[in-house]
Design a protein around this ligand. Structure first.
Ligand SMILES: [Zn+2]
Length: 434
């Protein structure tokens, strides 16, 4: 029996990064015998179990020792209609779009198909420990609505928008700017700020949007309070060359979005693999975040992300799985891939476990302008929690018998934990996956 006013006290080792480990020492907080007190869906206390137990003797204790508690994972770049094209290896971006992604995205015109994918999609997020995702919807309003509805019924935090394009793709994915404005406005009225849902204006990329379409994006941002924004930036050299050809007045890719006032806090641009010092400086000043998608960058051969220059320039970065150009829904795996690619990148950063955890949690909250609400276990925040416990007999279970420090334990989790280790996922204290 739960006693919500007294709270539920979860007992397990826990980890979180209430500070940015790229900027501050000792950003990782951990408790080997941790206690996380949840009351009315919020974090009421976080620390050593015995101390919290003593201060809150009425709380109902749930003993979860043998596993670990992490903040809910936050995926800042993922495409809902691309679930079933995961695994399309052997191509680069523009060929992959043409041969794998866009034919499947066109199938979203079928509403019942889109509803099936939406259900599979939100289940995949939750079962991998992702509690918040910034999602590219479909090119169709009804399919995008199906995504929001599936997210709502699952209980996840979904930030998403209908994908806007009026050129360069296949004709059935194009809308007129007028229709894009009308349908986006309807979706915003219906879903933005409803429960845990938020709307993000979503031009696919500069390559597939005319100036008139980008003006629509600007108008939507001006007309509605608190919208987020997402798009792609500087992913692949052929893509970049095409963008510059289509917008001859633009000195670089980012300048296309800037011309229409698109960017700033709450805006997330995916990739930025092939960037310039000027673009980094302008992204930092604007507060625009970059969703780094290392699995996708490797799978599509897009290139090696310049992580250190982004950090040095003061650009916000977070992680995205980029399903289906990426390799799956696992944000722990994504953080490991970020580590691996930095190890082989020229002048790569040596990421540590605290930085990996930050990138997979709090950095995403900051990118989305939700750091007051989610991203770590600070008191008062929503209780978005992942309970992770490796199955017996797995290599991770064996390794964790031997780890001695919180950093070693976390590093082992990032290296070896997959969906099979995600046992329970909560959003605002409510179990959304078990
Ligand atoms: Zn993408």
């Amino acid at each position: 029996m739960t006693v919500p006013e007294r709270g539920e006290l979860l007992r397990a080792p826990l980890f979180h990064t209430p500070r940015n480990p790229f900027l501050q020492d000792r950003a990782l907080e951990s408790h080997g015998d941790g206690g996380l007190l949840i009351r009315d869906g919020r974090i009421a206390a976080c620390g050593d179990f015995e101390a919290i137990r003593g201060a809150h003797p009425d709380a109902t204790t749930k003993d979860l020792r043998g596993g670990f508690l992490l903040p809910g994972l936050i995926d800042t770049h993922i495409h809902f209609p691309q679930l079933r094209v995961l695994g399309g290896l052997g191509r680069t971006l523009l060929d992959w779009l043409e041969e794998c992604a866009l034919p499947e995205e066109a199938r979203m015109a079928d509403q019942s198909y889109a509803r099936d994918i939406a259900r599979e999609f939100v289940h995949a997020l939750a079962s991998h420990g992702t509690t918040t995702a910034l999602v590219f919807g479909a090119h169709f309003a009804a399919a995008t609505a199906a995504l929001f509805e599936a997210g709502e019924s699952c209980g996840l935090r979904i930030v998403a928008g209908m994908v806007l394009s009026d050129r360069q793709l296949r004709s059935e994915l194009h809308q007129t700017p007028e229709a894009a404005y009308r349908e986006s406005s309807n979706l915003i009225r219906c879903f933005h700020g409803r429960g845990r849902l938020l709307y993000a204006v979503t031009p696919r990329f500069a390559l597939s949007t005319s100036e008139a379409m980008l003006e629509v994006c600007q108008t939507l941002q001006r007309e509605h309070e608190g919208l987020r924004f997402q798009t792609h930036l500087n992913e692949n050299p052929r893509e970049i060359a095409e963008v510059i050809r289509l917008f001859p007045w633009a000195p670089d890719y980012l300048a296309v979005y800037e011309r229409f006032g698109l960017g700033g806090r709450g805006a997330v641009m995916a990739h930025n693999v092939h960037t310039t010092a000027s673009e980094l400086e302008r992204l930092a000043v604007a507060g625009t975040a970059i969703a780094h998608c290392p699995c996708s960058n490797a799978a599509l051969g897009s290139g090696l992300f310049a992580l250190r220059p982004h950090v040095n320039a003061g650009v916000r970065i977070a992680l995205g799985t980029d399903v289906g150009g990426g390799t799956g829904f696992g944000m722990l795996k994504e953080a490991l891939q970020a580590y691996l690619l930095q190890r082989v990148a020229p002048d790569g950063a040596m990421l540590d476990a605290a930085q990996m955890l930050y990138l997979a949690t709090r950095a995403g909250a900051e990118a989305l302008g939700l750091e007051h609400e989610i991203g770590d276990f600070q008191v008062g925040k929503a209780a978005d929690v992942v309970y992770l416990k490796p199955p017996e007999g797995t290599p991770l279970a064996a390794v964790l018998e031997r780890t001695e420090t919180p950093e070693q334990t976390l590093a082992a989790i990032f290296t070896l934990a997959g969906a099979e280790s995600i046992r329970e996922v909560r959003v605002e204290g409510t179990i959304v996956y078990k």
